[in-house]
Design a protein around this ligand. Structure first.
Ligand SMILES: [Zn+2]
Length: 568
């Protein structure tokens, strides 16, 4: 269907305005694309997969108990043949039926070999025969008896990861040998970069968790999670939540038992292993300074020992030194930091800038060299906007990314005052205009394979303005009060765009622009107000440096899916 274009003059108004004759300039930074700071490849450049819709399943996952035996994948530091990439896993999934007569369970799984599937029926594990196979990224497990609403059951899937593909085809699980040439850094250094230690990690957003574990791979479904990873001795594993136990197997292997303290969705689950140096900072809670939260950093030894801050070294301590203050800052403006720990693990190669895995952000190691403070702030802010409260579907991703980008502006305000906040937002706006502005589609309901690619500019930069404009319209004190109570009420849950709209509708009466119109024009529809200045007549400058001007300003809207008029 081809949509019609229209071109009309919708309203004209006259008004008098006082201009200050002197001009005020704000320095414009280059746009910040902190999450696209992986120098060597850009996200989704390599894939032409059809977008997949998030579909509400007829069950709710209550718990994942995941075991990843990465010993084999890590044992040879430098080699990388087809057998080196093979590893074994199991995922025990406790789920609850949300419909009557649930006779089978459909999980997401991709490119995994399913070794066996067991279902726990009244305390007895029974093997499902024949062993279910993955068909079109789905693993359908027949149940021994139908479940009714509220009944729960455990399913245990044993699987083998043996996806031996060129690294440009990696999905979900990434493995790099020690000494591998990564690439050359851009100016002014141009130095060659190599992998310091063999490195294995997962990276799932939006829909790649299914490549390393069978699961309900949808952002709305949060569950408790345990991630247990077995690696060769000498390797360190970073993951979500707290480390409940580390168990050595003689001198050969070591097993890390991580437990998520709070519910988590699949794209935020992560495990990373390398010969890391781990060190910590502590954040004193703003709500209770006697209580502290550990901030863990996982970096290669060389990066921990670096002393230069001129960009010639990967300097972890220099880049991370502001983190406790940042946690304090966001705890003050949002709500208290909501998880048991925070952490960052530095990865290279990493195709992305940073990824806000719950309690353990993965960052591109380049940030240690560039001292990328706004990247650190962006990922940290996601712990509230994205992790504590999560987009229910990928249509709602603007909530995560717009919120974290707007949080960067808040951090700029903390550093440099109002000018910092404004400069950050103006650079985001000019980036949006440069990337197409009015010709771009609406922020809401973009194809999932564009949200971190072609249309990232909408869900990051333009959506950051949605937050800003909402704050401006409502006023700072009421906005932050409402946003804080929203974060509290939706803690450890997921939200749709409609949930957010309804929350504001219920909490704030008589906004300047009603919330239906506001959400409609800025999220569900495309574009922005376009004004034409038709005429201007002004008086001579008076003694105090002011002059009167009379102007005709018209809002003229054209374009596909652009509102007939923006109410401002
Ligand atoms: Zn982000």
């Amino acid at each position: 269907m081809k949509k019609s274009h229209f071109n009309a003059l919708f309203f004209i108004f006259f008004f008098s305005i006082q201009y200050l004759a002197s001009s005020h300039l704000i320095f414009l930074n280059e746009p910040s694309f902190v999450e696209f700071n992986g120098y060597f490849r850009s996200r989704f450049a390599k894939t032409s997969d059809e977008p997949l819709e998030v579909q509400k399943r007829n069950y709710d996952v209550l718990r994942y108990d995941l075991y990843l035996d990465w010993y084999n994948a890590l044992k040879n530091p430098k080699s990388m043949d087809s057998t080196d990439i093979v590893w074994f896993g199991s995922n025990t999934i406790l789920l609850k039926a949300e419909v009557e007569n649930l006779s089978s369970v459909v999980l997401d799984a991709a490119s995994l070999l399913i070794d066996s599937v067991l279902v726990n029926d009244n305390g007895i594990w029974r093997k499902v025969l024949p062993t279910p196979k993955i068909v079109a990224q789905k693993l359908t497990v027949p149940l021994p008896r139908s479940l009714n609403i509220g009944d729960s059951i455990s399913i245990k899937v044993f699987y083998t990861y043996n996806r031996f593909v060129d690294e440009s085809q990696y999905r979900g699980f990434y493995l790099y040998p020690k000494g591998k040439y990564v690439g050359r850094l851009p100016a002014p250094f141009y130095d060659s970069v190599f992998v310091e230690e063999r490195l294995a990690y997962t990276m799932s957003e939006p829909e790649d968790a299914r490549y390393w574990m069978p699961c309900n791979d949808a952002p709305y479904d949060k569950a408790d999670a345990k991630i247990t990873v077995r690696v060769p001795s000498g390797y360190v594993v970073a993951s979500n939540g707290f480390l409940s136990k580390v168990q050595a197997e003689a001198d050969t292997a070591i097993v890390y038992f991580w437990v998520s303290d709070k519910p988590i969705t699949t794209y935020l689950m992560a495990a990373t292993a390398s010969k890391f140096h781990k060190y910590s900072d502590w954040y004193k809670k703003v709500t209770n300074p006697l209580d502290s939260i550990e901030i863990q950093y996982y970096v290669w030894e060389k990066d921990f020992k670096a002393t230069k801050t001129d960009g010639s070294e990967y300097n972890a301590t220099n880049t991370f030194k502001t983190t406790p203050e940042m946690v304090k800052f966001f705890s003050q403006i949002f709500v208290e930091y909501p998880f048991v720990k925070y952490g960052m693990v530095a990865l290279m190669p990493f195709n992305f800038g940073g990824m806000e895995h719950q309690t353990i952000t993965s960052i591109n190691r380049v940030w240690l060299r560039q001292n990328t403070q706004f990247g650190i702030a962006h990922e940290l802010a996601h712990q509230w906007i994205g992790d504590l409260v999560t987009c229910a579907t990928w249509k709602d991703i603007w909530f995560n990314e717009g919120g974290a980008t707007w949080s960067e502006a808040l951090y700029a305000e903390k550093l440099w005052g109002e000018n910092g906040y404004n400069a950050f937002l103006l650079s985001s706006r000019s980036a949006y205009l440069k990337k197409g502005g009015i010709s771009l589609p609406p922020i809401y309901d973009l194809p999932v394979n564009t949200i971190f690619g072609d249309y990232a500019i909408l869900v990051y930069q333009k959506a950051s303005w949605f937050y800003h404009m909402l704050k401006e319209m409502v006023g700072d004190s009421l906005f932050f009060k409402t946003f804080r109570s929203f974060l509290q009420d939706y803690s450890f849950k997921s939200v749709t765009t409609e949930d957010i709209k309804n929350y504001f509708k219920n909490k704030i009466s008589n906004p300047q622009v009603d919330f239906d119109t506001f959400f409609d024009q800025w999220l569900y529809k495309a574009g922005h107000p376009v004004y034409t200045l038709s005429s201007i007549v002004h008086s001579y400058t008076n003694d105090s440096g002011y002059f009167d001007a009379k102007i005709i300003l018209s809002q003229v809207q054209t374009g596909n899916n652009v509102p007939e008029i923006f109410v401002t």
